[in-house]
Design a protein around this ligand. Structure first.
Ligand code: PLP
Length: 430
């Protein structure tokens, strides 16, 4: 037992972790550790940091907002930072995605999307629609609803029997040696079969568009999501896009739904929303969802809240982050090309089984004799070897990936690739 260390860290066996290194500063792509080392944050601190650490423009926006209004109850009041952010989101997302419900993390954003979908149908007197279709390997968060719409994994295993039942279909990810057309068709056929067999049973289909994040950085094609949208619409079921990871430029476009050319009914956003400064999330829905709650009947409203929802400081950070995002879109649009220019050597490395690049993401699946998945011991060993070379990555089991902040320079990106190559070689030599 670590008697003197009072903190319990996430997704870790504390007995293995020990006391982690202390970070004392952040600046641009760098984190500075207590012992003076500077390491490149190659995964944007769990995918949230878009423009580098402590970006002065966001620091300034939070400072100014804190002097005016730090927080206010959001039941019965509104404020400018939230209004500006809602206007930005609704005018940037496609078509009728016009209403924003705020919360504070990705799990609540998806949980709210699921609850809105369920109540949408019950408000419309279609009370039988209580089920979801979701994707194997998907991850939507750690609250109970979010856990329920995922396949059994290390995150939800101790609780799975308490979760509501969900029908799972295969995520049609691009894999070497497999026919993508066949995979996509099989998944669409399976969804069609489920929806035909029980036409009144499903509330919605929930999916991570283009990139399945925590499930191992799997990449699927835009055309699949267009066909999925058409299928789901033909059965009159709702479509939920979990863009908690893919939003705000990660796929090379502002949102994955724009890149895929799809207009879902509900979109969950978080992670990059505040540029990585403060916890914030948003669930954006189409007018027709909102209209099903807008009623003379009080009980048809959405009785859901979080104490810190639409926190003005977080919204001010998000508005400043958005300005940085759109003032130079090449920073996220151009990242795919920068990855492609650098990843050949890794791709042909004897221990790299598969690789994929999508927007700002580059992922490398490593050869491993241990069972594949989050608990594969390669991950922590690689993290250590990389830290020794001034780079922080946190592989998910045998999948090492880069998801850098958009400010990363060419030299820094070169360093990350070189460190990964060297660490891999050392790992497999030992
Ligand atoms: C991270 C993530 C979540 C959960 O977000 P938290 O802020 O960690 O609760 C949900 N969905 C996806 C796709 C994610 O990547």
């Amino acid at each position: 037992m670590q008697m003197n260390y009072p903190i319990w860290h996430p997704v870790t066996q504390m007995k293995q972790l020990g006391v982690p290194p202390k970070v004392v500063r952040g600046e641009g792509s760098y984190l500075e550790l207590e012992d003076g080392r500077r390491v490149i944050d190659g995964i944007s601190s769990w995918w949230v940091n878009l423009h580098g650490h402590c970006h002065p423009k966001i620091v300034q926006a939070i400072h100014e907002q804190a002097q005016r209004l730090e927080h206010v109850i959001f039941a019965g009041f509104t404020h400018d930072p939230a209004l500006e952010l809602a206007q930005t989101l609704t005018s940037s997302l496609p078509g009728e995605l016009n209403k924003v419900f705020f919360s504070d993390c990705g799990s609540t954003a998806t949980e709210i999307a699921l609850k809105l979908a369920l109540q949408f149908w019950s408000n419309r007197e279609e009370k039988g629609r209580r089920s979801f279709i979701a994707f194997e390997g998907g991850y939507h968060g750690d609250t109970f609803g979010a856990m329920a719409v995922a396949s059994e994994n290390v995150f939800n295993r101790p609780f799975k029997e308490l979760c509501f039942r969900t029908d799972l279909v295969a995520y049609p990810s691009i894999e070497p040696g497999e026919s993508i057309l066949l995979k996509e068709q099989q998944t669409l056929d399976r969804i069609d079969e489920l929806l035909r067999r029980s036409p009144q049973a499903y509330a919605a289909v929930i999916v991570e568009p283009l990139i399945q994040g925590a499930g191992g950085m799997k990449v699927a094609r835009p055309i699949f999501f267009q066909r999925l949208e058409a299928l789901v619409r033909s059965h009159g079921v709702l479509l939920i896009f979990d863009e908690v990871m893919t939003g705000f430029g990660r796929t090379g476009e502002l949102f994955a739904c724009l890149k895929a050319g799809v207009e879902p009914d509900l979109v969950a956003l978080s992670k990059g929303i505040s540029g990585g400064f403060l916890p914030l999330a948003a669930t954006v829905c189409r007018d027709r969802i909102y209209e099903a709650f807008y009623s003379e009947e009080v009980g048809k409203g959405f009785y859901h809240s979080h104490s810190y929802m639409a926190n003005p400081l977080a919204c001010a950070a998000a508005n400043a982050s958005w300005e940085l995002l759109v003032e130079d879109p090449q920073r996220f649009r151009g990242m795919e090309q920068r990855h492609l220019e650098r990843c050949q050597e890794l791709e042909s490395h004897p221990y790299v089984r598969a690789s994929r690049v999508c927007g700002t993401l580059a992922a490398f699946e490593l050869e491993s004799s241990a069972p594949s998945g989050y608990l594969n011991p390669i991950g922590p060993r690689l993290t250590q070897l990389l830290l020794d070379r001034g780079v922080f990555l946190r592989p998910m089991g045998e999948v090492a990936y880069l998801l850098p902040p958009y400010c990363i320079t060419d030299e820094q990106l070169d360093q990350v690739y070189a460190a990964l190559l060297e660490s891999l070689t050392e790992l497999f030599r030992s």
